[in-house]
Design a protein around this ligand. Structure first.
Ligand code: ADP
Ligand code: MG
Length: 797
């Protein structure tokens, strides 16, 4: 058992704008703790806490300042937890802080650069690397991804996500067994055998989360996400299985103070916007106070799910994310205060071991049989039916192993069945008799052997002489062959064609078969061909592919508008940048793949040369009647060192290629995600524009003179087809359409289509270009499109 208080770390996010100095300072002291001093700026201190306190001090295990990169965070915070999970303990890492302070950046990572990948992808990479290294155990890894929003749990890896919004999915519910263990119903567990599979699941969950998010449910700031790696391990042959869970938790934004900030003034009234964080705080307070017997875990789903992580069987680490800008001072102070309470909680992590149920069954079956036998003896019940073939065979095996056992204490355990006991005696008697007869025959055959010893010796002597003659002949033939071989080798050395044929041979089979390095070579060669595969055809994540393929279903006009939207969207720069990087990585991987193949060819060539050199040496030794030197000569030494050098180069390049492969996959997933985001924002914008146009018809447009929009079901359908993509969940939620979500169905029956729907998101939140010229171009474009469509509708009436 390991007793440990929850470890607390702080991470300060770099400011968006250049910031004034002196808001905080970090003091690293010798006792392995650091302290963070938050200094209240004068103008805030005046209106805040009674003009008295001007600075606050908080202690953390370590504080990571703005310049700390993701690698440092992983190495110092996540790696130790991942290590204890590999050893069989439960682990939790949770990020706590206000919205925008860097929780998601720390836990999952940034969406732009590969180097920005966060704790989850790095931990997965580390865990799979370790599993691969450890062949002493059999490991199984499963992934689950839970989102808790408004006290309801949703499975982010539910395959039905594509078809519905968050609220339409079956809810994940909590079940408690008699031992008060928590079980989650409807939360799917997905086996991941490689880092790549696990990463795909992470991206799939994140994409599902993004798609389900609407302006009404700002899931990313108000929900908690729990990514869990379930690891079980077992030594081969052992009945004990170890289970460990690692929760990586991105909590909801912790902001609780309403900010209206006239002249930078802050309201001090506390207002909880997230109820489950409030319950989390209550649990933390209860745990940090001594002698509290009741801990209110059951109050919320999140505290129930994380019960073990808080005051239970878990190694838990908290990361307080801080955005230390002037306007966030109060939130930062409250985050630090929360952390100080968390640091008081003591957990007791134990190894979660259990017996393999299959072995348990075998053991219990045996016990039942023994009890039955005993019962039969006690009750005097006699079994009369004959023993089966299998039973007899089993008994005979038992007798044999009993007889062979050298241990004088060993017993013949056949149970209390008299039929078996009788059979054992019979069998032993039979064996004894057989042995007697055999003993006699051995004695007699031994004496016979002695009789015919002399003539046999004579015969053997003759045989040996013959064999000797044969061997002499063979040696002569071999020497002749070697001489010929030597001549051939010398000729070959002078001929230029030798190189070419050698080269070809080495390409086909660079190593002689049966070489111990063959396995590794095959692995390497498959990896380099793989590198070529993904550099040419490109690896696509099949899980995400169908999500990004949405555009193919768009109408032409829709597509044109999307192109413009995409071009002017801020994210398109990131997508284009990543595309460039990806291209570059592809060509790097291709070049590396080629170099690896080249190195392999060289290795084969060198090996061949060494073999040839050997043959020459042997042949030379024979023809000149000299002993072959046991030490390699200079030329051979040179070849060998070249070979070693080439192998080293080969290995280095292979490692690089592996890393490059991971990076390429990660970049591709990032791009897929960015594309889905762009698509979603476009659909939202498109729907909003359409409804705006319906509410107030444009002033300078020929539409002014048109009749009201025809409301026939057919034209309504037609229009919806034009405006909304079938797969567009978001559009369906905002506008009553021919296929409304169950929730909006009620409304759509009573209201006129389109006209009644007001945009739920202000225009300013739509990521337009900021370039009013372009924006109005797009609007004009949409209006013109609608014009065409409406004319078409009228015409068809
Ligand atoms: P939260 O999840 O707490 O709401 P995010 O992780 O989404 O906050 O961070 C908000 C923004 O700040 C994102 O654009 C993110 O990329 C950026 N960011 C956060 N932390 C860092 C950091 N340490 N370095 C660089 N950028 C960061
Ligand atoms: Mg976030």
């Amino acid at each position: 058992m390991v007793k440990q208080t929850i470890q607390i770390f702080a991470r300060v996010k770099p400011p968006v704008r250049k910031q004034q100095q002196g808001i905080y300072s970090i003091d690293e002291d010798e006792k392995l703790t650091s302290s963070l001093e938050i200094i209240l700026p004068r103008d805030l201190a005046d209106g805040f806490v009674n003009n008295k306190r001007e600075s606050y001090n908080f202690k953390f295990q370590r504080i990571f300042d703005q310049d700390a990169n993701q690698e440092t965070i992983f190495e110092n915070i996540a790696k130790p937890v991942a290590e204890s999970v590999l050893a069989g303990y439960n682990g939790t890492i949770f990020a706590y802080g206000q919205t925008g302070s860097g929780k998601t950046f720390t836990i999952t990572g940034g969406a732009e650069r590969y180097s920005d990948r966060g704790i989850i992808p790095r931990t997965l990479s580390y865990i799979f690397e370790q599993l691969q290294k450890d062949s002493s155990k059999i490991y199984t890894t499963h992934i689950s991804y839970l989102e808790i929003y408004n006290e309801c749990g949703y499975d982010l890896l539910d395959p039905r996500h594509e078809a519905s919004s968050l609220e339409d999915l079956p809810k994940v519910t909590i079940l408690e067994d008699p031992e008060q263990n928590i079980h989650l119903r409807n939360l799917s567990l997905h086996q991941a055998t490689t880092e790549e599979e696990a990463l795909n699941l992470l991206f799939l969950g994140d994409t599902n989360r993004m798609i389900a998010e609407t302006p009404m449910n700002q899931a990313s700031t108000r929900s908690h996400c729990i990514f869990t790696i379930h690891l079980s391990s077992k030594e081969p042959g052992s009945a004990t299985v170890r289970h460990a869970k690692l929760h990586l938790v991105d909590l909801a934004g912790s902001e609780r103070v309403a900010k209206t900030g006239i002249g930078g003034q802050l309201l001090t009234e506390a207002k909880y916007i997230n109820l489950s964080l409030h319950y989390l705080e209550q649990v933390i307070i209860a745990l940090s106070e001594k002698h509290r017997s009741h801990i209110p875990y059951r109050n919320s789903m999140m505290t129930s799910v994380l019960r073990d992580s808080l005051g239970g069987n878990c190694m838990t680490t908290m990361i307080a994310t801080l955005s230390l800008e002037k306007r966030n001072i109060d939130e930062s102070i409250s985050t630090c205060r929360f952390a100080q309470r968390v640091a008081l909680i003591k957990n007791e992590a134990v190894l979660n071991e259990e017996i393999d149920p299959r072995l348990m069954i075998i053991r219990l079956q045996k016990e039942i049989q023994e009890l039955k036998d005993e019962l039969a003896i006690v009750t005097g019940e006699r079994r009369t039916e004959a023993l089966t073939e299998a039973e007899l065979l089993q008994l005979e095996k038992l007798i044999t192993s009993f007889l062979e056992d050298q241990d004088p204490e060993s017993r013949l355990e056949v149970g209390a069945d008299m039929r078996k006991i009788h059979h054992c005696f019979h069998h032993l008697k039979k064996l004894l008799n057989e042995k007697k007869i055999l003993g006699n025959s051995i004695v007699s055959s031994e004496s016979k052997d002695q009789d015919c010893q002399e003539p046999l010796k004579e015969e053997e002597y003759k045989k040996l002489r013959d064999i000797l003659k044969q061997r002499d002949n063979e040696i002569n033939i071999l020497v002749n062959m070697l001489k010929k071989e030597k001549k051939k080798a010398q000729d070959a050395l002078h001929s230029s064609s030798m190189d070419r044929s050698e080269f070809r041979r080495s390409q086909n089979s660079p190593f002689p078969s049966g070489n111990p390095e063959e396995g590794q070579r095959r692995l390497l060669s498959s990896a380099s061909t793989q590198a070529q595969d993904f550099s040419t055809s490109g690896y696509r994540s099949s899980l995400l592919h169908n999500k990004t393929g949405m555009r193919e279903e768009m109408s032409l006009g829709h597509q044109e508008a999307f192109e413009i939207f995409r071009r002017d969207h801020a994210d398109s720069i990131t997508i284009d940048d990543n595309k460039q990087i990806l291209k570059q990585r592809f060509s790097e991987a291709k070049a590396l793949g080629e170099s690896i193949n080249e190195a392999r060819r060289k290795i084969g060539h060198l090996k061949e040369e060494i073999t040839q050199h050997h043959i020459q040496q042997v042949a030379l030794g024979i023809s000149e009647n000299m002993a072959v030197p046991s030490m390699p000569d200079l030329q051979e030494e040179r070849l060998r060192s070249q070979l070693e050098e080439e192998k080293r180069r080969y290995k280095t390049m292979f490692t690089c290629l592996k890393a490059l492969k991971v990076e390429i996959e990660h970049l591709q997933l990032l791009m897929d995600k960015a594309k889905v985001k762009l698509q979603k924002e476009f659909e939202a914008w498109w729907a909003e524009e359409a409804s705006n146009l319906q509410v107030k018809p444009p002033a300078v447009n020929s539409l002014n003179h048109m009749k009201p929009f025809p409301q026939t079901s057919e034209s309504q359908h037609d229009q919806s087809q034009f405006l909304f993509n079938k797969s567009d969940v978001y559009a369906r939620k905002i506008l009553p359409s021919p296929c409304p979500s169950p929730r909006s169905q009620e409304q759509s029956r009573t209201s006129t289509p389109l006209g009644n729907s007001t945009p739920e998101r202000p225009m300013s939140s739509v990521p337009l270009t900021g370039d009013s010229q372009t924006d109005s171009d797009i609007l004009a474009f949409i209006k013109a499109r609608q014009n065409v469509l409406q004319k078409k509708c009228l015409g068809s009436n």
